[in-house]
Design a protein around this ligand. Structure first.
Ligand code: ATP
Ligand code: MG
Length: 721
C-alpha cells in the first residue's frame, strides 16, 4: 500500500521521544510549589479563617486558579516562542517548523488548565504542606508513567486504550505531543485545519481529541476537588456527609429546623444558671454540645444561651474546653454530638450561614506574615462585604480603636505579640460582625492596651453577640454581662457577676486592724451580737477577718456604727469590708468540679484556714507551703524551709501575693514542698566533649521522633531515589 510522503528528519525522532518528558519536567516544580502553597494555607488555618470571615469556597479556588495562571501562562507563551523560533540564524529552522504556534499555545493552555486543577485535587488529600509537596511530585510522575508502557508499542495500541490512558492528564499531553511530532514528520505540521484529523495513516487519535481529553481531565480534577474538599475539609472545618451532592439542602438551602437528632436548648438547672433576660434575642444558643478527642472528652454536653447586646465571658482553667467550644461555634471543628445555633443557623448543617456574620479573634493569631496591618484589615473588611467607598474609613477607625496607628504599614511578622493580638481583635470587629467570638483577646497586652480593648468591646457590644474567654477575673467581672464558668469541659454555671457571687460567694469580708490591747474573743462577741451568723475567717498578724453572710446585710449598719463608736474600747484601729471577688467564685467552681472528680482538695482558699479553740489561725499545710515559697521569693537569703514557725506568721498581704488561681491548679504532685526551693539549683552542668555528645544525642532523638511521626515523608525519602 502506498504511503504518503514524509521527512526523514532526526529532529522529529528526538521530538517524539522527548517532547512529553521535556514538558513534564518543566512544570514539575510549579506543581510541587503550588500544591505546597495550597496545603500550607490549610495547615496554618488561614483557609478556614478566611472562610469563616465570609470567603466562599468557589471564590477561594478561582483566586488560586488566577494566581497560578499568572505564572503558567507567560511560561507557556515563552515555550511557544522558543519552539517556533528560528534558531542558529535560520540555518537549522525552529523546533516546530511547520506547526501553527497559536495551536501549540492553545495545546499548552489545555495542559496548564489540567496542571492547575491537578494541584487543587492533590491539595485536598493532604493536611500538611510537606506531605502535599511530596504527594504531588509522586502523583505527577505517576500520571505520566503509563506513557512509557504505551509508547514502545504505540502503533498497535487501540484508540480505547489511548483514551483510557488519557484520563491521566500527563498521558493525554504525551499523546498530543506525539501527534504534533507526527504532524511535523509529514511536513504539514499541526494546523487548525488538520488538528481534528489523525496525523498519519494508521493513527487513531487526533490532536483535538487529546486537547479535549486534557479538558475533560481538568473537569474530573475539579469534581474530585469539590467533593473531597466538602467531605474532608481537613483538621479544621465541618465535613459534609458523603451523599451531600444528592441533598436538596446543598443546592437550594434546606429547611433549618428539622435536624435529627433534636437537642434541648433550654437549661433546666435554674440553681446554677440565671434566668434568661427578657426581651433579649439569643445570638448563640448551645444545646448539649459535646466534643471528644479520642478518649478525651474536651467539652461535655452543655446548654447555654448568649444574648445580643451583651458580652458573655467564658472563664475556665487551662484545658477546661473554652477554645474547643468556640472552635465548634465557628465551624473549625465538628461537635461529636449536640449542636448550636449561631445567628439562627445550625452549626451542623448551615456553617456558611453561621459564618455570614462572624468575627473571630482566635487564641493563636492567624495572620498572613507578608501582609501589613492595613492590608489585613482591608482584606477582611472586603471579605465581610464592606463597600469599597467605606473600607478606608472603616480601616482607619479600627486601627485607631485598637491602638495600632503607628503600625499601619508594618507587616504582621514585624509586630510584637501584644500588637498581633490588637490586630486580631480589629479583624474580629471590622465589618460590623453580628457575632464576635474572642478567645483570650487581651492575652499578652499591656495594662493600658487591655483597658483600651475593654472600652472598645464595651462600645462594640451594642447590637452584637460578643463571647469572650479570659483568664483575667477583673476583665470578666467588668466586661461580662453574663459570665459562664467552665471546668473539666462542663459549663458549671452562668449568670451575671452578682448572681454568681451570691451563689458561690461566702458573703462579705469584714477586715479589722488590731491594736495592742485587742481581744479577738470580745470582738467576735460584738460582731456576732449584731450578725449572729458571722464567722471568724482568719487572724493573721494585726488583721482579723470575719465573714458576713449576704442575707444579713440589713444588720450591717448597726454593726458598723458600733465598731466605729467603740473602736478604742475594742482595740481596733480601722476596719473595712470587701465583697466576694470573681476570683473566689472561680476557685469555688473549680474546687467543686475537682471535688466531684477526685475527692476533697488539700489546698484551696476556703480550706486554707482553720480556727483552733483559742481563735488563732492554723493555716493548713498546702497554704503554708505556698506561703513559704512566696516568702522565699520576696525575702532572698532567708532559709524559710528551715524555719517552720515563721509559716504561721506570714502576713495576709503575703498570702494575697500568691495567686489563689495558681495554687488551685497546681497538680498535686508538684505541691510546693521545701524541696521545691531547690528547683533548678544544685545540679552540675556538663562541659566540653561530654556536653557536645549529650547535645548531639538530644538532637538525634529529636530527629528520630520527627521521622517517626512523619512516616509518609520518611517513606518517600527512603523509597524514591
Ligand atoms: N486536637 C486535639 N486533640 C486532642 N485533644 C485536644 C485537642 N484540642 C484540645 N484538646 C484537649 O481538649 C481539652 C480542652 O482544650 P481547650 O483548648 O479547649 O482548653 P481551653 O479551655 O481553651 O484552655 P486554655 O485556657 O489553656 O486555652 C484539653 O485537655 C486539650 O488537651
Ligand atoms: Mg483556649
Amino acid at each position: 500500500m502506498p504511503y504518503p510522503p514524509y521527512f526523514d528528519d532526526p529532529m522529529i525522532q528526538v521530538l517524539q521521544g522527548n517532547l512529553p518528558l521535556f514538558l513534564v519536567l518543566s512544570f514539575m516544580l510549579s506543581v510541587i510549589i503550588n500544591t505546597k502553597n495550597l496545603v500550607y494555607e490549610k495547615e496554618r488555618k488561614l483557609k478556614e479563617s478566611m472562610k469563616l470571615m465570609g470567603l466562599h469556597a468557589s471564590v477561594h479556588w478561582v483566586s488560586w486558579f488566577l494566581t497560578f495562571a499568572i505564572y503558567l501562562v507567560p511560561a507557556m507563551l515563552v515555550y511557544t516562542l522558543l519552539f517556533g523560533l528560528n534558531i542558529a540564524g535560520g540555518k537549522m529552522g525552529p523546533v516546530l517548523e511547520n506547526t501553527d504556534s497559536s495551536l501549540f499555545f492553545v495545546f499548552l493552555l489545555c495542559y496548564g488548565f489540567a496542571l492547575i486543577t491537578f494541584c487543587f485535587m492533590l491539595s485536598t488529600f493532604a493536611q500538611k504542606a510537606n506531605v502535599g509537596a511530596a504527594l504531588s511530585g509522586i502523583a505527577f510522575i505517576g500520571f505520566f508513567f503509563p506513557w512509557y508502557i504505551l509508547s514502545p508499542k504505540y502503533d498497535r495500541v487501540s484508540k480505547k486504550t489511548k483514551v483510557t490512558a488519557g484520563l491521566l492528564f500527563n498521558c493525554a499531553m504525551a499523546l498530543g505531543s506525539n501527534i504534533i511530532s507526527m504532524n511535523e514528520g509529514t511536513g504539514e505540521g499541526a494546523q487548525w485545519s488538520n488538528f481534528h484529523k489523525p496525523a498519519v495513516i494508521g493513527e487513531n487519535l487526533s490532536l483535538l481529541e487529546c486537547m479535549l481529553l486534557m479538558l475533560f481531565d481538568s473537569l474530573l480534577h475539579c469534581i474530585i476537588t469539590w467533593y473531597v474538599d466538602n467531605i474532608q475539609p481537613g483538621e479544621f472545618g465541618v465535613p459534609k456527609p458523603l451523599y451531600f451532592p444528592f441533598t436538596k439542602a446543598y443546592w437550594v438551602g434546606g429547611p433549618k429546623a428539622s435536624f435529627n437528632p433534636v437537642y434541648e436548648f433550654e437549661n433546666s438547672d435554674t440553681k446554677h444558671f440565671e434566668r434568661d433576660p427578657s426581651g433579649l434575642n439569643a445570638g448563640i444558643k448551645i444545646a448539649q454540645l459535646r466534643k471528644r478527642f479520642g478518649k478525651k472528652v474536651a467539652v461535655e454536653g452543655t446548654s447555654l444561651k448568649m444574648y445580643e447586646g451583651q458580652i458573655t465571658a467564658l472563664l475556665g482553667h487551662n484545658g477546661a474546653g473554652k477554645t474547643t467550644t468556640m472552635s465548634m461555634l465557628t465551624g473549625f471543628i465538628t461537635p461529636t454530638s449536640g449542636t448550636a445555633e449561631v445567628n439562627g443557623c445550625d452549626i451542623r448543617h448551615d456553617i456558611d450561614g453561621v459564618r455570614k456574620s462572624l468575627g473571630l479573634c482566635p487564641q493563636h493569631n492567624i495572620l498572613f506574615d507578608s501582609m501589613t496591618v492595613k492590608e489585613h484589615l482591608i482584606f477582611f473588611a472586603t471579605l465581610k462585604g464592606v463597600k469599597r467607598s467605606e473600607i478606608k474609613n472603616e480601616v482607619m477607625t479600627t486601627v485607631k480603636e485598637v491602638g495600632l496607628e503607628t503600625k499601619v504599614h508594618f507587616r504582621s511578622h514585624e509586630l510584637s505579640g501584644g500588637q498581633k493580638r490588637k490586630l486580631s481583635v480589629g479583624i474580629a470587629l471590622i465589618g460590623g460582625s453580628k457575632i464576635v467570638i474572642l478567645d483570650e483577646p487581651t492575652s499578652g497586652m499591656d495594662p493600658s492596651a487591655r483597658r483600651q480593648t475593654w472600652s472598645v468591646l464595651q462600645r462594640a457590644r451594642e447590637g452584637r453577640t460578643v463571647v469572650l474567654s479570659t483568664h483575667y477575673m477583673d476583665e470578666a467581672d467588668l466586661l461580662g454581662d453574663r459570665i459562664a464558668i467552665m471546668a473539666e469541659g462542663v459549663v458549671k454555671c452562668c449568670g451575671s457577676s452578682m448572681f454568681l457571687k451570691k451563689l458561690y460567694g461566702v458573703g462579705y469580708h469584714l477586715v479589722m486592724v488590731k491594736g495592742f490591747d485587742c481581744k479577738v474573743d470580745s470582738l467576735t462577741r460584738v460582731v456576732q451580737s449584731h450578725v449572729p451568723t458571722a464567722e471568724l475567717e482568719s487572724v493573721i498578724n494585726t488583721e482579723v477577718s470575719y465573714i458576713l453572710p449576704h442575707n444579713e446585710s440589713a444588720r450591717f449598719p448597726a454593726l458598723f456604727t458600733e465598731l466605729d463608736e467603740h473602736k478604742d474600747q475594742l482595740g481596733i484601729t480601722s476596719f473595712g469590708t470587701s465583697a466576694t471577688t470573681m476570683e473566689e467564685v472561680f476557685l469555688k467552681v473549680g474546687e467543686n468540679a475537682r471535688f466531684e472528680h477526685e475527692g476533697p482538695l488539700r489546698i484551696g482558699v476556703e480550706d486554707s484556714t482553720k480556727n483552733d479553740a483559742s481563735g488563732t489561725v492554723n493555716s493548713n499545710i498546702g497554704i503554708n507551703e505556698s506561703v513559704n515559697l512566696v516568702s522565699e521569693k520576696t525575702d532572698k537569703g532567708k532559709d524559710v524551709a528551715k524555719d517552720p514557725p515563721s509559716r504561721s506568721k506570714t502576713s495576709f498581704n503575703e498570702l494575697e501575693k500568691t495567686s489563689p488561681v495558681d495554687m488551685m491548679y497546681q497538680p498535686r504532685e508538684v505541691l510546693p514542698t521545701p524541696d521545691i526551693n531547690a528547683f533548678n539549683k544544685g545540679f552540675v552542668k556538663k562541659t566540653g566533649l561530654s556536653l557536645s555528645l549529650a547535645i548531639m544525642k538530644a538532637l538525634i532523638v529529636k530527629k528520630a521522633l520527627h521521622t517517626w511521626r512523619n512516616q509518609f515523608i520518611t517513606s518517600v525519602q527512603l523509597l524514591l531515589p
